[in-house]
Design a protein around this ligand. Structure first.
Ligand SMILES: [Zn+2]
Length: 171
């Protein structure tokens, strides 16, 4: 007869664990109501789940800061913030718990997008570089970035009017 209460309590503890995993609000409720754990343990478990919930919910409930179709541009701006001299404040305002992981992944991706150079096409025997859709572009035409074409001595084709390179403009 003495064993029965202990086993019962153990069984209800097991139930609490399962409920915490499956539906933690109910599990927390059970924990506070049925277990005799130390108050600090209960508080710690509750705090953990509350923190976890906030980390999941906060990114969802925060207002959308991405304009339709402007995903890359918004990320690019965030990029500048993260890597700029304002680093500590920017990190602080962006801090939303563990949800920041996706944001810190963003800059690596968008930096490549921004660095995408302009390509032009030129023939070995020609004097001009062209847009891809120009009639002078052949299968043997070579692909250059705009600065490389410029410094290789090619000039912009008058027919297809590719972008003109100005030294120092980058890209
Ligand atoms: Zn051309």
């Amino acid at each position: 007869m003495q064993k029965t209460p202990a086993r019962r309590r153990k069984a209800s503890n097991w139930k609490v664990y399962v409920c915490l995993l499956i539906c933690f609000p109910y599990g927390l409720f059970l924990m506070w109501r049925t277990t005799r754990w130390h108050l600090a343990v209960k508080g710690l478990v509750t705090a953990c789940f509350v923190a976890l919930t906030l980390a999941v919910l906060l990114p969802l409930t925060s207002p959308p800061d991405r304009l339709p179709g402007g995903v890359h541009m918004v990320n690019a701006e965030r990029d500048v913030e993260v890597f700029g001299p304002e680093l500590p404040e920017a990190l602080d305002t962006n801090y939303i718990g563990y949800g920041t992981v996706s944001i810190s992944n963003g800059p690596v991706f968008t930096e490549e997008e921004i660095a995408e150079p302009t390509y032009v096409y030129a023939n070995d025997n020609g004097q001009f570089y062209h847009r891809l859709d120009c009639e002078y572009v052949q299968w043997y035409s070579k692909k250059y970035t705009l600065p490389v074409a410029y410094y290789s001595g090619y000039g912009p084709c008058e027919k297809c009017q590719p972008p003109v390179y100005t030294p120092g403009m980058g890209g």
